[in-house]
Design a protein around this ligand. Structure first.
Ligand code: C6P
Length: 406
């Protein structure tokens, strides 16, 4: 990495060393430039964007639309009209489910999801399917989290209308070969939706290279503010889709009996938008670009390897998923023998080690893997081996504190 880690950590107000923050898959920490950007928007440009004709509102609109362009470039979309700002990945996926799926699905149609999905990339499809008389099929993975091409081909049927697949699992950290699966889906004439919530912050994602039809992700997991998310969609699909939410700013004309709707992307951005959030997200992207994905990957891989080594020193720890740290993208979900993950997390919290405990919003996956609940440490490039040592050492005390002999 070009910049020294101490210098990088100094960019993040919460990375003072008080906490060992190992929960970046839930939400990342924010650099000062992102925090300042939101403040700057309200201090310098605050007016309702896209509405006023006066200078300040035009300025606010400018920041908002510039942010859209930053996002477009970041994920390699063909045009800024294909970038819809939402609140988060969950809303982006719901937009596709309500607007695309519900207007397309016929009785007997099928949606294919994988067992790896977060609830946000499963429940919107289940709801759409139920309303339309369609059904959701599950594609299962092996113990390492892998989905084979053979299994994928076998799961697609001529009734498959849509495939929804995460790029990186928030529980196992494994990565799906999205380009390959999207191509197979297209051979079948179906549409491919990717959940990029855990990938976009960590690896370069180019929607045209992957040739996905839709991509959803959240700003808050990639150094950006909470409350801003993105949906990318291919223009030819978005153009034909009905609005998702109705109201202000998404219309062309309104009469007592009907309306015509605005052009893309505004057709899908009803009501006052989160312009300060979009502006903050554009600064987060600039920050990621300045660190660089090569450096991010290198650092996260080294940290993951180190965390594996340290956790494996504890004979009571079992890490879920692949044996190879390189397959984990900084995500280590584990069980500590005989201890409920809520107790693990509470005891780690006494040492200010922040991890997540529970089902990680992926209950079908945990049930499939026959684990009721787990603890998850998730890393980002700004973490250090010292923080991982704090995790390993605090973890080493848990069983003793709960009365086990060792
Ligand atoms: N996963 C985690 O701790 P939102 O909440 O809309 O920003 O992101 C939803 C979401 C969708 N897909 C994947 C793969 C995700 O990991 C998440 C969020 C967090 O794992 C919070 S549950």
């Amino acid at each position: 990495m070009g910049r020294d880690i101490t210098e990088i950590r100094a960019d993040f107000p919460l990375l003072t060393g008080e906490y060992a923050y190992l929960d970046s898959a839930a939400t990342s920490q924010k650099p000062q430039v992102v925090i300042d950007a939101e403040k700057e928007f309200y201090e310098k440009y605050n007016a309702n964007p896209l509405r006023g004709l006066y200078e300040l509102s035009v300025e606010a609109t400018k920041r908002y639309e510039e942010a859209r362009e930053v996002v477009r470039e970041f994920i390699g979309a063909a045009s800024a009209e294909e970038i819809i700002f939402t609140r988060n990945a969950t809303e982006s996926l719901n937009l596709v489910a309500y607007s695309y799926a519900m207007s397309k699905l016929q009785e007997g149609d099928e949606i294919l999801v994988t067992i790896l999905e977060h609830h946000s990339n499963f429940l919107p499809w289940l709801n759409a399917a139920k309303r339309c008389g369609a059904k959701v099929n599950f594609l299962e993975c092996d113990g390492q989290g892998r989905i084979t091409e053979e299994a994928f081909r076998a799961a697609l049927t001529e009734r498959t209308v849509l495939v929804a697949m995460t790029q990186i699992s928030n529980v196992l950290g494994c990565e799906n070969d999205i380009k390959r699966f999207a191509a197979i889906t297209h051979e079948q004439g179906a549409v491919f939706v990717t959940d990029g919530a855990q990938s976009v912050p960590h690896i370069p994602v180019n929607v045209r290279e992957l040739d996905v039809d839709f991509l959803a992700f959240s700003g808050h997991k990639m150094l950006g503010p909470m409350g801003i998310g993105v949906l990318y969609g291919k223009r030819k699909l978005l153009d034909k889709m009905p609005p998702f939410l109705y109201g202000g700013e998404m219309i062309e004309t309104v009469t007592r009996t009907g309306a015509t709707y605005a052009e893309l992307p505004h057709k899908f951005e009803a009501g006052t938008v989160n312009a300060a959030g979009a502006y903050g997200l554009s600064k987060a992207i600039a920050y990621i670009r300045q660190i660089g994905f090569d450096a991010i990957r290198e650092r996260e891989d080294t940290l993951t390897q180190y965390a594996f080594k340290r956790l494996r020193e504890n004979p009571y720890v079992t890490i879920l998923g692949s044996e190879d740290p390189a397959d984990h993208h900084g995500i280590l979900t584990f069980q500590l023998e005989g201890v409920h993950p809520h107790d693990v997390s509470a005891i780690l919290d006494e040492s200010k080690v922040c991890v997540r405990a529970g089902h990680h919003c992926a209950q079908p996956l945990l049930k499939y893997m026959q684990v009721p609940s787990t603890t998850r440490a998730s890393l980002a490039f700004y973490n250090t081996t010292e923080e991982i040592d704090r995790l390993a050492e605090a973890l080493g005390t848990v069983r003793r504190k709960l009365g086990y002999a060792e």
